[in-house]
Design a protein around this ligand. Structure first.
Ligand SMILES: Cc1ncc(COP(=O)(O)O)c(C=O)c1O
Length: 327
């Protein structure tokens, strides 16, 4: 295994299924499949479960009893970290952007239910609150700090392992096909894309790895992902090195900004739900799928191209966006 250098816990529901989307494929004129990482487990599922198998293993190996991390008001990563902490008998402190809402909802409701302590940044910079929280916890506990999105080399390793899983599914026939021309997914803090890009390079899989940026200009995200992929390769003892030009990003769908739901996201969420019974989230997968729809409609993917949409989760946030889903 490419990831043998790092300790790993096994709590994710793996391998996640690969499903064909026959009705959307017929509508769009491409062969569309979905990799169900929304079903990885940990208080529903999502892409952070794979990262947390490595991150929590490292935390426990270091003797930690508390996980600290941070994110946006509706952070999926925080909800999944809270679940991982509960499952391993650890405390969890979450640093969330914005002010405490009048009523908890979506992910922050679930994080509270999972026993995490929520600290709202209000007008303070999140990095400052994270640092202050770490120092405070160090005085009384043994905390382990997980960066935003779990995107460091340890977390990204989860998506190197995911490529090995995909390769095995292609090889064994479990995918139903023997290759995908392109793999498309939502990219933000970059750990998912770094792991996928590195894994695909290391195994020599003939698939394009295309991240649809959720909140960052292409040049910034490409540099971040390449840097993280290279740090991850070094950690794992792999010889591959990637430059920003090796990282494929489409940043044409940033819309009104992070978590601002517009017509493209609304259309993508409704289309997937009503055509295939597939739930997407408003911030990440809805935006990425809207980007993919637009790219196919504009002819950026050839007719009949076989595309794997890697679903990264996030549906737990849906109730918190009830006011904008049907606008
Ligand atoms: C549902 C969902 N999809 C995609 C992403 C982006 O993944 P990454 O941060 O690894 O780029 C996130 C991360 O916050 C997420 O919650």
């Amino acid at each position: 295994m490419l990831t043998d250098a790092l300790p790993r816990l096994r709590f994710a529901h793996l391998p996640t299924p690969i499903e064909r989307l026959p009705r959307l494929s017929a509508q769009l004129g491409v062969e569309l499949y979905v990799k169900r990482d929304d079903q990885t487990g940990l208080a529903t599922g999502g892409n952070k479960t794979r990262k947390l198998e490595f991150l929590v293993a490292e935390a426990l190996a270091q003797g930690a009893d508390t996980l600290i991390t941070g994110g946006a008001t509706q952070s999926n990563h925080c909800r999944q970290t809270a679940a991982a902490a509960a499952r391993h008998g650890m405390r969890c402190v979450l640093v969330l952007g914005g002010h405490a809402p009048a009523q908890l909802d979506g992910n922050n409701l679930l994080s509270t239910l999972l026993g995490a302590e929520l600290r709202w940044c209000g007008n303070r910079a999140r990095d400052d609150v994270m640092q202050a929280t770490l120092e405070e916890e160090q005085a009384s506990h043994a905390p382990y700090l997980i960066p935003y999105g779990g995107s460091n080399p340890t977390g990204a390793t989860g998506y190197v392992a995911a490529v090995e899983e995909l390769a095995a599914q292609l090889e064994s026939g479990a995918a139903g096909v023997d290759r995908f021309d392109a793999t498309v997914f939502a990219s933000s803090s970059g750990g998912t894309q770094a792991g996928l890009a590195l894994g695909v390079a290391a195994l020599g899989l003939p698939t394009r790895v295309l991240g649809v940026s959720v909140d960052e200009q292409a040049a910034v995200l490409k540099a971040r992902v390449a840097d993280l992929a290279n740090q991850t390769a070094a950690r794992l003892g792999l010889s591959q090195r990637l430059g920003p030009d090796d990282i494929d990003v489409d940043a044409g769908y940033l819309g009104g900004g992070y978590a601002v739901v517009g017509d493209p996201e609304r259309e993508a969420i409704r289309l997937a739900a009503r055509t295939e019974g597939l739930l997407l989230d408003p911030v990440y997968t809805g935006r990425a799928f809207a980007g993919l729809l637009d790219r196919v409609r504009r002819g950026l993917h050839r007719p009949g191209e076989r595309i794997l949409f890697w679903h990264t989760g996030g549906e737990a946030a849906l109730p918190a966006f009830r006011d904008v889903l049907f606008g």
